[in-house]
Design a protein around this ligand. Structure first.
Ligand code: CO
Length: 213
C-alpha cells in the first residue's frame, strides 16, 4: 500500500519550488482568484486539467465528472457554470473530452455498472441520436473515439443551452464556448468545435433569452 506521507512530502516540495520562483505567489493568490477559463472535463486520472494546459493555481476553474457531461438537471455542474460566469466572469468555457474514455465506452456496451448507469444514459442517448454516423465503423476503438467526439459536441451544446450562458451573451458579456479532445496516448489536445460566442449559434428551440419573441 502506498505510504501517504510521500504525498505530503511531494506537496511540500511543490509549494517550496513555487515559493522559490515567486515568494508572494500563495499570499497573493489567497486574496482572490481571477481565472479566465472554466474547464469541464472527465474525472479520468490521466487528464489532469491544469497540467495539460500548463496553467498555475488560480488560472483555471475546474469541474470534472465521468465523461465530461453537462446534464440539464445537474445542480453541481450548473452551480459551477453559474459561479464561473456570473461572479468570476470567465471569458472561456472549455468542454474537454478524451479518447478512450471509460464512461463513453460503457455507453456503447450492455453491462450494468450501478448508479453510473443513470449518468451514462446521457451518453447512450448521444449515441442513439447519432447512430447513423457509426454506419460502416466496425472497429470498437474507433466507435468509442467517435462517440467521445460526439459527446463533447453535445456537451458544448448543452452549455450553450443554459440560461446562465445565454444571459451573459444578451448582457454583452464576453464569453466563448469551446469543445476540445485530449489524446491520452500522446498528451495532445485538439479542437473539435468552432468558437461559439453568441446566441446565433444556438438552435431556436434551445434559445431561452427571449431573442426570438
Ligand atoms: Co473519461
Amino acid at each position: 500500500m502506498t505510504d501517504l506521507n510521500s504525498l505530503f512530502q511531494n506537496n511540500r516540495s511543490w509549494a517550496n519550488a513555487i515559493k522559490a520562483e515567486d515568494p508572494d505567489f500563495f499570499t497573493t493568490l489567497a486574496k482572490q482568484q481571477r481565472p479566465e477559463f472554466l474547464w469541464i472535463g472527465c474525472a479520468d486520472s490521466r487528464v489532469p486539467a491544469n497540467e495539460i494546459v500548463g496553467l498555475m493555481p488560480g488560472e483555471l476553474f475546474v469541474h470534472r465528472n465521468i465523461a465530461n457531461c453537462v446534464v440539464h438537471t445537474d445542480i453541481n455542474c450548473h452551480s459551477v457554470i453559474e459561479y464561473a460566469v456570473k461572479f468570476l466572469k470567465v471569458k472561456h468555457i472549455i468542454v474537454c473530452g478524451h479518447y478512450g474514455c471509460g464512461g463513453v465506452q460503457a455507453a456503447l456496451g450492455h453491462e450494468q455498472l450501478g448508479v453510473a448507469d443513470h449518468w451514462i444514459r446521457h451518453i447512450r442517448d448521444v449515441y442513439y441520436n447519432k447512430r447513423k454516423d457509426f454506419k460502416g465503423i466496425d472497429d470498437d476503438k474507433q466507435r468509442v473515439n467517435l462517440l467521445c467526439e460526439l459527446n463533447v459536441k453535445q456537451q458544448v451544446a448543452n452549455v450553450c443551452h443554459t440560461p446562465i450562458v445565454q444571459n451573459a451573451w444578451s448582457s454583452g458579456q464576453e464569453l466563448a464556448i469551446h469543445g476540445w479532445i485530449y489524446d491520452v496516448k500522446d498528451g495532445l489536445l485538439k479542437k473539435l468545435t468552432q468558437t461559439i460566442n453568441s446566441i446565433e449559434s444556438v438552435r431556436e428551440q434551445y434559445r431561452v433569452d427571449g431573442s426570438t419573441e
